[in-house]
Ligand binder design. Structure first.
Ligand code: PRP
Ligand code: URA
Length: 217
């Protein structure tokens, strides 16, 4: 896969691959059904996870093949945690679990306070003893970056030090905000889109990811 980087963030990676580009174009299409949207989101997530997990540490343990016993490479450390941001992040969980079936799944729920315009936490459930686990935060959309920054802040308050943010579409505004507030957290995305519009939607984007995933509009 080709990995494109940008000067606006030291750890932002746009994953480019013909299959991914094709699937993303169909995902964006306004005429794509809820069923197809869900399937494509799952498939694109798998392709992103392959790259986003490339630096996971490896250890070894003896494995007996039919011919001999040898030191076989295995994932090291405590089981990773997938943390979808409700609601739309839920659509990426199965894609993660297809490749990391032993991962734990936490949940974080945020809503935007319409007076302060700040994201407010309404739900957070993560495994006990999370400090030494690698968290993969997932949300299809990185728009203003408000939800992502609040999530990372909450995880840091819980003692989490290893995090990766995986999204489908990112806006430069949100990527810049993450670069300022949490530059050490890598971001893997299928596309860095052009900009936010006046309603803070990503353009060209794919619309409201939660509504398209759950058919609520
Ligand atoms: C969307 C999206 C992100 C957030 C991104 O969720 O799934 O969580 O907006 O915007 P930000 O970068 O400006 O914070 P939304 O609030 O629409 O909730 P939903 O998933 O329940 O539809
Ligand atoms: N949330 C969405 O679902 N879509 C956007 O374009 C921006 C935020």
């Amino acid at each position: 896969m080709v990995i494109k980087t940008y000067s606006i963030h030291p750890n932002f990676y746009e994953i480019q691959h013909p299959l991914l580009l094709h699937k993303l174009s169909i995902l964006r299409d306004v005429s794509t059904s809820t069923k197809s949207f869900k399937e494509l989101l799952n498939e694109i997530t798998m392709l992103l996870v392959y790259e986003a997990t490339k630096d996971l540490p490896i250890t070894s343990k003896p494995v007996r093949t039919p011919l001999e016993t040898f030191e076989a490479p295995m994932l090291a450390g405590k089981k990773a945690v997938i943390l979808p941001i409700l609601r739309a992040g839920i659509g990426m969980v199965d894609g993660f679990l297809s490749l990391i079936p032993s991962a734990r799944v936490g949940h974080i729920g945020l809503f935007r306070n319409e007076e302060t315009l700040q994201p407010e936490l309404y739900f957070l459930k993560i495994p006990k003893n999370s400090a030494n686990r690698h968290f993969f935060i997932c949300d299809p959309m990185l728009a203003t970056g408000g939800s992502a920054c609040e999530t990372i802040k909450r995880l840091k308050a819980e003692g989490v030090t290893k995090m990766t943010f995986v999204c489908i579409v990112a806006a430069p505004e949100g990527v810049k905000r993450l670069a300022k507030e949490h530059p050490e957290v890598p971001i893997f995305a299928a596309s860095l889109d052009r900009q936010l519009n006046e309603r803070s939607y990503i353009v060209p984007g794919l619309g409201d990811a939660g509504d398209r995933l759950f058919g609520t509009k």
